[in-house]
Design a protein around this ligand. Sequence first.
Ligand code: C5P
Length: 236
Amino acid sequence: MTDDRLIVALDFPTMAEAKDLVLELGDTVSYYKVGMELFYSAGPETVLWLKENNKKVFLDLKLHDIPNTVAGGLCSLMSLGADMMNVHTQGGYTMMNTAMDRLRKAAEEAGRHCPDVIGVTILTSIGEDDWSGLGETETISDKVIRLARLSQSAGLSGVVASPVEAENIRRSCGKDFMIVTPGIRPAGSAKDDQSRIATPSAALHNGATHLVIGRPIRSAADPKGAALKIINEMQS
Ligand code: C5P
């Protein structure tokens, strides 16, 4: 049993550890997230190996720079074949729109499928204390909706957001917008450094299309059992 809506985060410092988990999870998990820790240490091989092993890949490098630099970065990463990549929505409309235009053209010229690009709204680790330190005047949830709408108008496929905000995003951005939610914690598991969290079933109920889950599976005594339990909850 597998479920494409579950994305397991490979937050490891080495490729060997990442491979061990992928092989241990086997056919149970079809979609993986490669983030900064693994990509900065092991590089493109991480994505290439997962694709060779018929896995889907979300390359979570959260690009945030001026439009020309982000567009160039995404175009360079496209050749690795990831299914989904992301940028920070706070780079603004012009950054996101320029990046999408350039990526679509580059994909067309290369004869490749253009990967989905989603926008990071407000990190799921940000709680009220961190938020007030940023000097923002809007509430977190109003800001997330503003950033989700901005990403949609700039041509992104969806956003990364907390499961707590998914319901409002779905209402504002319609049914085809992807909502990828980290901050997932099965009932009874540790919160770690996450703040705005929900259980797998609550996140899906709120409108999430994909759940990114790391420690609740990676740090479990039986990772495959933990993944199967989560998939069961997702499908029930
Ligand atoms: O271990 P845990 O389930 O908390 O992992 C969540 C993953 O999702 C981490 O790899 C983290 O980098 C990522 N993420 C996040 N919040 C975001 C975007 C990505 O937690 N807004």
